[in-house]
Design a protein around this ligand. Structure first.
Ligand SMILES: [Cu+2]
Length: 177
């Protein structure tokens, strides 16, 4: 390895080689293609759901979630309320250290507005086994309109490392016929 200085002091003011120009052009054009594909994929293909984001306060979001839980809890499971809200309604899920709260029970082929928010810091919403991923930031709610098309038990995994109990932060959504 040469550790001697370049022979010319201004070593960087050289014409760009043809092959490098070609690569820059190819990379730039490909970047443009992918940019427009992003917009295209938004509508076509099996992409992540389009979401909306709104500013919230932790207290306000807790209040709305509690109201839903109070009205529509149908049973309890390991200390978690299982909430069965009416089809078409707004449903809420709180992310906090270290849980997704409460458990939701939704009906197949019905639409819901799912509101997700964190009460402390950043968490990740990953719905398994379908591949829906959202980052949940404090101070904002993510709202997705979803229509579950398959009955079963879904897990919500936090996929944003959030501390010592991160691996235990697992929530649940039931979809019933
Ligand atoms: Cu988390």
């Amino acid at each position: 390895m040469a550790l001697t200085p370049p022979s010319q002091r201004i070593w960087w003011r050289e014409p760009v080689a043809r092959v490098e120009l070609i690569w820059i052009t190819v990379a730039f054009l490909w970047g443009l293609v992918m940019f427009f594909m992003m917009i295209y994929w938004h509508g076509a293909g099996k992409q992540n759901l389009s979401n909306e984001a709104y500013r919230i306060t932790a207290e306000g979001f807790t209040e709305r979630t509690n109201a839903m839980v109070e009205q529509h809890t149908v049973r309890e499971e390991a200390g978690y309320p299982v909430v069965h809200p009416p089809p078409g309604s707004d449903v809420y899920m709180i992310a906090r250290l270290w849980q997704w709260w409460p458990i939701l029970e939704l009906e197949k082929d019905q639409s819901y507005r799912l509101h997700l928010a964190s009460l402390d810091w950043q968490h990740g919403f990953s719905l398994q086994p379908t591949n829906i991923n959202l980052q949940i930031q404090p101070g904002y709610e993510m709202v997705v309109t979803l229509t579950p098309d398959k009955a079963g038990e879904y897990s919500v995994v936090c996929n944003e490392f959030c501390g010592i109990g991160h691996h235990t932060m697992i929530g649940k959504i039931y979809v019933v016929e």
